[in-house]
Design a protein around this ligand. Structure first.
Ligand SMILES: Nc1ncnc2c1ncn2[C@@H]1O[C@H](COP(=O)(O)OP(=O)(O)OP(=O)(O)O)[C@@H](O)[C@H]1O
Ligand SMILES: [Mg+2]
Length: 627
């Protein structure tokens, strides 16, 4: 939808499109965010009345000046009027400060509430949501959309109310002085109500488009400038490609910005003309009336002063629909996110299991990654744009089910090894226990209770995971370890680090446990990170442990350190280990061999090696032996 041609091409925009209506439910919901700030809002309204009321005082002073003080050569009155001309703006300015204080308190308060609600809601979304959504787009909703929503309440509402109050005050004074001239001045305005409605619609659509393009631009920024992305761009030398990708998106944002600025300009220009005609008519007819001695010169001068104040607010009211509709877009975008339902919901009738014994059972489990519905923010967009919704579900897996008919039981305290070729579904299996995803069919149970019925907090406390990739927050090592158990004392943290064979390494760092790690911090090696992750889980002390052994080849010393740490970690817990080390499978009470999403063999190392199948093959080619 690029626009060629000159500036005039921006004047029209597919005006046929029907955006959603400003309905009552939406307004009620928007209002629910303003209600907690009722006192502040009343304060704002009060200041609006004072400031708008004061606005008509200077023209009244001018009339007195022209009609009374000057003809009567009254110096005392002249001084009083002069002081009034200073006093009025002074009071206005002081009340203005108060208004600023109240509006910013209300506005920032609403931003705070919306942000917090969004953050809380998004945190609860499933892993599926985060794999389907770009981080940058989420950031955008939390930043610009929230700010835009706040603008709807404090900016637009304040401007609408103050314009209405100003116009009322001005009209009252004008009518009181000379009603015929007043009618003449405002006669043409009702003509503009209908075009204003159409402009509002179009502007709302353009604003929506612009915000979407903004969000995509944020997404590109986020991808390019996080550490991993920056690394990749550099290593592949793809600067030009990235620059072009960004420039294309930024150009769209630019074009939509220009378009938004141009929407309804013909309308606004016409509105401007009305005020010119109105002013001219008032001067002409009013001048005539002064000559005929029907009104005083002071009244005419006052009228001309009031007129300059009248048309601005009057046209602002005429298009307040426009402004309000635009500001609602942000609210809608925020609500869209708040209304997304998580596909891993909290149990309605939770069954507590703690203290858990740790029996883990898979019964006839079927699972697939792609669901029939579109996920994440894509779902939101499709809802709005049925027209250009392309195929949004990527064909992620070649087979229909990532897991098919998987059943096995891990008794409390048992070590169960999951083995199989790459892409078989081992990691997927492990994801179902802590409910990173929910099964499509069948049941995953701990101690006989379906994991979907276990309260989330309990499930999180019962199941501990050491993933292939270790993620550390940008914080101190101590804080990263403490993440597992916030109330852990210093000695417990050190004990866990010792058990994970990482204490000596940490102590040798200049800042020890206070060393900053993560994206912008100290870069730990792969093996060190793994041991930190192990220490973190040791501290958490879960009944059920899931271990996705990293395949990275470490030197034998480092391997031995990890090996030893893992043995301590697994002792006494039910462990599902996605095993790449021979020592792990050898020690396992039970080995589950998975291929293409199905359990193909099951047994101990000895029985499976004796049987000439997939396990035997894997054993001969894949497992890493540790010296
Ligand atoms: N988020 C996802 N969306 C769609 N498909 C996925 C997703 N994650 C994994 N898959 C697919 O599911 C299948 C099983 O993947 P899984 O990660 O469980 O394999 P794995 O057995 O752990 O392999 P590896 O040994 O290489 O880690 C693969 O075909 C993979 O492409
Ligand atoms: Mg895996």
């Amino acid at each position: 939808m690029m626009h060629g041609g000159g500036w005039w091409s921006y004047l029209s925009y597919d005006e046929e499109q029907e955006p959603p209506k400003v309905d009552r439910a939406l307004l009620r919901r928007v209002w629910s965010y303003g209600r907690p700030y009722l006192r502040g809002l009343i304060g704002v309204m009060f200041t609006i009345f004072v400031i708008s009321g004061l606005g008509v005082v200077p023209p009244l002073i001018i009339r007195e000046l022209v009609d009374v003080a000057l003809p009567e050569k009254d110096l005392g009155m002249l001084t009083v009027l002069g002081l009034g001309m200073i006093g009025v703006p002074l009071i206005s300015a002081l009340v203005g400060i108060l208004q600023r204080w109240w509006t910013s308190r209300v506005g920032e308060g609403i931003i705070f509430d919306l942000r917090r609600e969004l953050f809380d809601h998004l945190q609860r979304m499933s892993l599926r949501f985060f794999t389907a959504t770009k981080t940058g787009e989420l950031m955008n909703r939390l930043n610009s959309d929230v700010t835009g929503a706040q603008q709807a309440i404090t900016g637009t509402l304040v401007s609408i109310v103050s314009n209405i109050v100003s116009v009322m005050a001005i009209l009252i004074v004008m009518f009181d002085a000379e009603w015929r001239l007043t009618l003449l001045a405002v006669a043409a305005l009702p003509l503009f109500v209908i075009p204003a409605r159409r402009v509002a619609k179009v502007l709302r659509q353009v604003t929506q488009d612009q915000m979407e393009h903004n969000a995509s631009m944020s997404a590109i920024l986020q991808e390019a400038f996080n550490v991993s992305g920056a690394l990749l761009i550099r290593l592949f030398g793809r600067w030009d490609h990235e620059s072009r990708r960004f420039a294309d998106q930024a150009a769209l944002v630019r074009d939509y910005g220009v378009r938004r600025a141009m929407v309804g300009r013909r309308f606004f220009a016409a509105l401007g003309l009305v005020s010119a005609f109105g002013t001219a008519a008032v001067f002409w007819v009013g001048g005539f009336m002064v000559i005929q001695d029907e009104i005083t010169l002071g009244t005419l001068v006052m009228f001309s002063a009031l007129l300059t104040q009248l048309y601005g607010p009057l046209s602002a009211i005429t298009n307040s629909r426009v402004e309000f509709a635009t500001s609602l877009v942000s609210f809608e975008r925020v609500f869209e996110v708040l209304d997304l339902e998580t596909d891993v919901p909290d149990p309605e009738q939770p069954i507590p299991i703690s203290p858990a014994k740790g029996k883990v059972e898979f019964s006839d489990v079927y699972f697939r990654y792609q669901s029939d519905e579109v996920e994440g923010l894509e779902a939101v967009k499709r809802w709005r744009r049925t027209a250009d919704a392309g195929p949004v579900v990527p064909q992620a897996s070649t087979r229909e089910w990532a897991l098919e008919d998987v059943s096995f039981v891990a008794a409390p305290g048992e070590l169960v090894a999951l083995v199989g070729p790459s892409g078989a579904g081992k990691t997927t299996t492990s994801y179902l226990v802590p409910r990173l995803y929910d099964v499509n069919q069948g049941v995953v149970a701990i101690d006989g209770v379906d994991v979907r019925r276990i309260p989330f907090e309990e499930l999180a406390a019962t199941v501990g995971v050491v993933t292939q990739e270790t993620y550390l927050f940008h914080d101190t090592i101590e804080a990263n370890l403490r993440y597992a158990r916030p109330d852990a004392g210093r000695s417990e943290i050190e004990a866990a680090a010792r058990a994970a064979n990482i204490h000596d390494m940490i102590s040798a760092l200049p800042e020890g446990y206070q060393t900053l790690v993560g994206e912008r911090g100290y870069r730990l090696s792969g093996g060190e990170k793994q041991r930190i992750a192990i220490a973190r889980v040791i501290l958490k002390d879960p009944r059920v442990l899931i271990l996705d052994e990293a395949t990275s080849h470490l030197d034998s010393r480092s391997e031995a350190l990890i090996q030893e740490a893992l043995e301590k970690l697994m002792a006494g817990r039910t462990t599902l280990a996605i095993a790449h080390r021979l020592s792990t499978v050898r020690a396992a009470h039970q080995i589950i061999v998975i291929d293409e999403g199905r359990v193909v063999e099951q047994g101990t190392h000895e029985t499976l090696v004796a049987h000439d199948g997939l396990y035997r093959q894997l054993y001969e080619t894949q497992f890493e032996t540790v010296a």
